[in-house]
Ligand binder design. Structure first.
Ligand code: SF4
Length: 103
């Protein structure tokens, strides 16, 4: 009998999206320094993601697609985020791949 192994797809250009848990955001702005194309502080002092059209998405927990050229900047933001509140997940199954809930 053949055992089927899951082939790791790391490195494949899988569609990812990012969202911020504003309840935990400290408003320090590190994310907006790393990836200003995707993160911005609103007048309430908290960070929000932006749409591909550069529009600030002010709904708490809104998601936006991760542009591949910005992936490493966004991952660095998630790693450095003092609030541990930047979440990057796969679009297909909503599994977190970078951030506080990633395995
Ligand atoms: S790095 Fe994290 S805590 Fe800091 S502003 Fe961005 S989302 Fe908020």
């Amino acid at each position: 009998m053949t055992v089927q192994h899951e082939v790791p797809t790391e490195g494949a250009a899988e569609a990812l999206e990012v969202w911020i848990d504003q309840d935990l955001c400290t408003g320090d702005g590190i994310c907006a320094q790393y990836a200003p194309e995707v993160f911005e502080l609103d007048i309430d002092g908290l960070a929000y993601v932006k749409s591909g059209e550069d529009e600030l998405l002010q709904d708490p927990g809104a998601t936006t697609p991760v542009p591949l050229p910005l992936l490493s900047d966004i991952v660095d933001s998630a790693k450095e985020c003092p609030g541990d509140c930047i979440h990057v997940r796969r679009v297909s199954d909503k599994v977190e791949v970078y951030g506080p809930d990633a395995e």
